[in-house]
Design a protein around this ligand. Structure first.
Ligand code: NFS
Length: 630
């Protein structure tokens, strides 16, 4: 059993874990303990349960499954299925936004509006949509193009990918398709045709008795991941900006200390701002605030968690209570009236835990129901009404709060957030030139994008924070999203003062621009912002993304979505670090494909390293090598 200091570096987390252990509340760390040691077949990717002749596991004695599938096939199939699941999650999110935009454009939904017409026109222009028309007509066309990318049946590239990906990268994908075609005499596609189809194709070819060639399987994984990064996630980001506003720079507070002892606390957890934006809006209406006061509270305090937290902190400045591993801890403060969730990264354990407190665990999505939750179905067409019901439910729970159980850690940190590409460009005076010049001059040695989750197998936030500090020290600008961004915010790394932790040359650049050296770019679907930024720099230099001094990392990754993100960065030309190791070690062939051979095919590749300082050494070496060639 781990000591509390080994579980997390966050003092707020340590404080609540201490309380949990004294009072006997179970958390994710306890369940990890009960599950350890984990099954080696699963860890190495060597377990196949894709048909019922199995499940089969590969050992030195039994080297194939019942059907004859070897380790290479099984490992490749398993990883492609993981990618497909990640793509599905991000892209279903994107689809929901596209459908809503269309309904708003057709004025079938009056609870939402087209908020950012400037962004709408910018997106429309990129897609080749005529902007000299009524806003609603433009929005309808943009939404329809997005929806077609989910449903069209021709073999042409996704329209969003074709419109957003940088020129040289598109050429590289096309060349690779040609090369694979001639070498293997099969049609092996790299460029996604239809977001849903790439998920379906991945599921089809990994079912029993279809594709057994590890390269062919992994290339489909690449194609599916590109349908996420330059498809579903990109659509989510761009259309959310249109509906809710493109993020602007602002200062927010992060960590459990944002929970208020005197207010009704609503934690919004999950992913889709379609829900969280509404809850924020409705909770802040005078009616609701007044009702809260009638119930004896000072008012309503909405705070975010995980990626939906990132969405509302980027656009509305809502404080964030924590990242993935905080979700149970927020309830344990005893001061949360409601934890409201939609989809993804939500532990089903919340149901049981909430029952120990007065906390209402409110599920809202028809595709995400939980034992022990109170389900209030969210409906976009009645968003205001449903959000009111949710907020009222939280208010009504307040009198049942047990003051003796309240324990809110005081820790919270300030963070400067809201760096959309539009904001970055504005800071740079309207052109990428100052950024590119700083890169060419070596004042910014390179850029590292850090993404993804927390994982109780890794000391919470330790990797995120150590990696970030070491990178900026070496003049490498750090940008990122997701639970990494919340970790960095909590650790105080997104304050202007963090300039002092940066190397001399990076510090000078950040001082001139008045930005921290650690840049919050949003939620996980906003990894698309990093892709388009990389693409813009590449186009500016008439280079390919793989020529640029860029590296990526998912150092505490958990979800299948993170596998998709890592893969689309690799497929877009960026070397990507992973820790923990992905479940592929059972096939030396798959390992060498993903860590070496893929480099010649796509420019990017994966590497695995447990030590954060060694990781930065590797990243710096990659960056130096790319700089020489620049
Ligand atoms: Ni992305 Fe990781 Fe979840 Fe967000 Fe956090 S766990 S893959 S970072 S909240 S999606």
């Amino acid at each position: 059993e781990k000591k509390i200091e080994e579980m997390s570096i966050d003092p707020a987390v340590q404080e609540i874990l201490q309380l949990a252990s004294e009072k006997g509340y179970e958390t994710v760390w306890d369940r990890l303990n009960s599950q350890s040691p984990h099954c080696k077949f699963g860890l190495n990717g060597l377990c196949c349960k894709n048909c019922i002749m199995g499940p089969c596991r590969i050992t030195p004695k039994t080297t194939t499954g019942v059907c004859g599938a070897e380790a290479d096939t099984i490992v490749a199939r398993n990883i492609v299925r993981g990618i497909a699941a990640g793509v599905a999650a991000h892209s279903d999110h994107g689809r929901a936004v596209a459908i809503l935009l269309k309904e708003v454009a057709c004025q079938e939904n009056k609870d939402y509006t087209i908020f950012d017409t400037e962004k709408l026109k910018a997106v429309a222009t990129k897609l080749g949509v005529d902007t000299d028309r009524d806003i609603h007509e433009i929005a309808k066309d943009v939404a329809e193009i997005a929806l077609k990318d989910f449903g069209k049946q021709d073999d042409k590239p996704l329209k969003f990918l074709a419109s957003y990906a940088p020129k040289k990268r598109l050429e590289r994908w096309l060349d690779l398709e040609k090369k694979l075609y001639s070498e293997t005499d099969k049609k092996t596609g790299v460029i996604p045709r239809n977001i849903d189809r790439e998920v379906a194709d991945s599921m089809h070819r990994t079912t029993m008795g279809v594709d057994h060639d590890p390269l062919s399987l992994l290339i489909q994984g690449v194609r599916a991941s590109l349908a996420d990064g330059w498809g579903g996630s990109l659509i989510a980001t761009e259309l959310q900006d249109i509906l809710f506003g493109t993020p602007r720079i602002r200062t927010i507070m992060a960590n459990l200390g944002v929970i208020s002892p005197d207010h009704i606390n609503i934690v919004i957890h999950g992913h889709e701002p379609i829900l969280s934006e509404k809850v924020v809006e409705i909770a802040n209406t005078p009616d609701m605030q007044k009702l809260a006061q009638e119930y004896g509270a000072k008012g309503i305090n909405v705070v975010g968690m995980c990626c939906t937290g990132n969405e509302i902190l980027m656009r509305q400045g809502v404080p964030v209570a924590g990242n993935e591993l905080h979700q149970e801890l927020a309830i344990l403060t005893g001061a949360v009236e409601a934890i409201v969730v939609d989809v993804q990264c939500i532990y089903p354990a919340l149901g049981k835990l909430a029952k120990c407190f007065h906390t209402k665990f409110i599920s809202t999505s028809d595709r995400a129901k939980f034992p022990g939750s109170l389900h209030i179905q969210f409906e976009e067409e009645h968003a205001n009404e449903v959000a009111k019901k949710i907020v009222k439910t939280a208010i009504e729970a307040f009198p049942k709060r047990d003051k003796r159980k309240v324990h809110i850690p005081s820790f919270k940190s300030e963070a400067v957030v809201g760096f959309s590409n539009e904001q970055l460009l504005k800071i740079l005076g309207g052109s990428l030139k100052p950024l590119v010049d700083a890169i060419l001059a070596g004042d910014i040695k390179g850029i590292a994008g850090i993404v993804g989750c927390n994982n109780p197998k890794v000391k919470h936030d330790y990797y995120h924070v150590t990696l970030t500090k070491e990178l900026i020290k070496r003049d490498i600008l750090v940008i990122g999203t997701g639970c990494w961004a919340i970790a960095a915010a909590k650790a105080g790394l997104m304050r202007i003062e963090t300039q002092e932790l940066a190397g001399e040359r990076l510090r000078k650049v950040c001082k001139a621009l008045n930005i921290p050296p650690v840049i919050h770019m949003g939620s996980c679907v906003d990894c698309s912002r990093m892709l388009t930024l990389a693409g813009a720099i590449a186009d500016y230099l008439e280079a390919d993304i793989s020529d640029l001094p860029l590296v990526g990392s998912a150092p505490e990754w958990t979800t299948e979505k993170a596998v998709s993100i890592g893969t689309y960065f690799v497929a877009s030309g960026v070397p990507v670090h992973l820790w923990p190791a992905p479940p592929i070690s059972g096939s030396p062939k798959v390992v060498s494909l993903l860590t070496q051979e893929i480099k010649n095919l796509l420019g990017g590749y994966f590497f695995v390293e447990e030590d954060p300082i060694k990781t930065v050494d590797i990243m710096e070496a990659i960056i130096q090598e790319k700089r020489k060639a620049l």
